[in-house]
Design a protein around this ligand. Structure first.
Ligand code: FRU
Length: 522
């Protein structure tokens, strides 16, 4: 690309576009040994606009190559008449769509057409100003170039009845192949009324309305970017559950402002998604949070992976301040890919997230390991690990006791005087893992940014607290325990904030720490 990826704050092993604005992953597809990442993209600037689908590919989910724009807003740049909002992509291996010719497998993208002005389309359909409808396009060259299905688009013109055609926030189709019923399923949102509308099709072109789901749990803002997939329960080979993930904006987890992601565990029969009773909290009082931090949104899962494998990527930003973050000439990065699994923990089916193993290929060979029987009260300086690191930190849990710590943390991206630092730690009293970015660097661009975020986490079977921490030039991601909680937060530290230390307000016992420097994936 010619770009060096050495600008201030540039992510080293998280995907970010060379330049310009990016938001949601819009089509995560594994096909023929290649991971495709399509994303919401403005080809003309570092704020949202001219929404098109950018494209990057990878063989391993960590080294990415940005490719030319896959779907460029219609009429761009002079007179945009259709933008391509969030959607998804599939490989139509049986050529159900008939788009395949000469034995080529068509890749089919389904996206929201957002029309700024009223118009009559070639398909004969009339579009109202600001209408959102669902359309498709296909590629016969592994995603390089796309042909829109202009003859019939949009393929889902209006929300299902009884919702009036005037209802405009209808978007974000997530398509997948449902093996049991041998049909394509598309999951969309009726954003403002907190409903999911599910559709089915035999050919990706003709869709029938199947059912709706919601509102449940968190409804603080609009519902967006739904995702539905099946995962086996570990240790119970024949038991599988379905998981529905969706974004809400605003109305994220307690203590955050802006965007958040929640999920439901349940069952899907090809028509209806039914959430397990344990997944629903009456009175919209609570939610199952996919991530407890401020910067994990519009999470989507890969199509085309082997059965039972679910890998998810989220947009590592927040609509609250997304357009103000101090990066240039790009804005936004994606989270590390996360492998999801279900496991019975304390008699409850629990969703776990682990980093996809791809990160190991960019670990610098030098890593440092430490262990302490006890870390005493105060500050323990570590040798400067730099700005892109992977950290494994674990220690014994304990109940409150005046000689023992009530909080213990590792500070990363610290300046040499430690006036600037980001803390990742544990509160033994509230049993919460936290990320504190109040003094993380540039926090000036938004009044809610300088905050502390927390997530409930209890010790594992041997009474230890375990944290996996991914630090990049402008982010921290924390996975707690076996991955039952995650916390993702952007930070904008000074370029020379490369130090680290442990900070404890009492004794913390049996501490084990491993720090791996991460190389650039560029
Ligand atoms: C979520 C979202 C989607 C929409 C897209 C537009 O981040 O608002 O609902 O399709 O962004 O870029």
């Amino acid at each position: 690309s010619g770009l060096k990826y050495t600008e201030p704050y540039r992510p080293q092993y998280h995907f970010s576009p060379g330049e310009n604005w990016m938001n949601d992953p819009s089509g995560l597809l594994y096909h023929n040994g290649t991971y495709h990442l399509f994303f919401q993209y403005n080809p003309a600037g570092i704020e949202w606009g001219n929404m098109s689908w950018g494209h990057a590919t990878s063989r391993d989910l960590i080294h990415w190559e940005e490719r030319s724009v896959a779907l460029l807003a219609r009429g761009y740049p002079d007179n945009v008449t259709e933008m391509y909002f969030t959607g998804s992509a599939v490989a139509d291996v049986n050529n159900t769509s008939g788009f395949g010719v000469d034995g080529k497998v068509p890749l089919v993208a389904m996206y929201t057409s957002s029309y700024p002005v009223s118009q009559d389309l070639p398909s004969g359909k009339h579009i109202r100003t600001e209408q959102q409808s669902q359309s498709i396009a296909y590629s016969l060259d592994e995603g390089e170039t796309w042909t829109r299905y202009d003859a019939e688009n949009p393929v889902i013109h209006n929300p299902p009845s009884p919702y009036a055609a005037e209802f405009k926030d209808f978007r974000d189709p997530f398509v997948f192949w449902h093996e049991d019923t041998h049909k394509w399923i598309s999951v969309t949102v009726l954003a403002a009324i907190h409903k999911i509308a599910i559709w089915s099709s035999e050919n990706l072109k003709d869709w029938s309305f199947a059912s709706e789901f919601g509102p449940y749990n968190a409804v603080g803002g609009v519902w967006e970017c739904p995702n539905l997939f099946q995962i086996p329960i570990k240790g119970h080979p024949s038991a599988k559950r379905w998981v529905m993930v969706l974004g809400l904006n605003p109305g994220g987890p307690p203590g955050t402002v802006g965007s958040g992601t929640q999920y439901f565990i349940g069952d899907f029969d090809g028509t209806t998604f039914t959430a397990d009773p344990g997944s629903i909290y009456p009175g919209n009082k609570s939610a199952n949070w996919m991530d407890w931090g401020p910067d994990f949104y519009a999470a989507a899962s890969y199509n085309g992976l082997p059965d039972g494998h679910v890998v998810q990527i989220g947009w590592m930003n927040n609509w609250q301040y997304g357009a103000m973050i101090p990066t240039s000439p790009w804005r936004s990065a994606m989270s590390v890919p996360r492998q999801l699994s279900l496991e019975v923990v304390n008699e409850r089916v629990t969703l776990l997230q682990q980093p996809h193993h791809s990160w190991r290929s960019v670990v610098h060979h030098q890593s440092s390991k430490h262990s302490w029987k006890a870390v005493s009260k105060g500050s323990t300086r570590l040798c400067s690990p730099g700005k892109a690191v992977n950290i494994d930190l674990s220690f014994s849990d304990h109940d409150s006791d005046h000689s023992l710590a009530s909080t213990f943390a590792i500070a990363v991206h610290a300046s040499s005087d430690f006036k600037q630092e980001t803390l990742v730690g544990y509160n033994f009293t509230s049993k919460e893992v936290f990320v504190d970015r109040r003094h993380s660097g540039d926090v000036s661009f938004d009044k809610t940014f300088a905050s502390l975020y927390h997530a409930p986490l209890s010790a594992n079977a041997d009474n230890r607290i375990k944290l996996q921490i991914f630090v990049d030039w402008s982010s921290v991601e924390v996975l707690g325990g076996q991955g039952e909680v995650s916390l993702t937060a952007q930070i904008f530290p000074d370029g020379d904030a490369t130090e680290a230390r442990l900070v404890s307000d009492g004794v913390t016992r049996n501490v084990r720490l491993e720090i791996n420097r991460m190389d650039s994936a560029h």
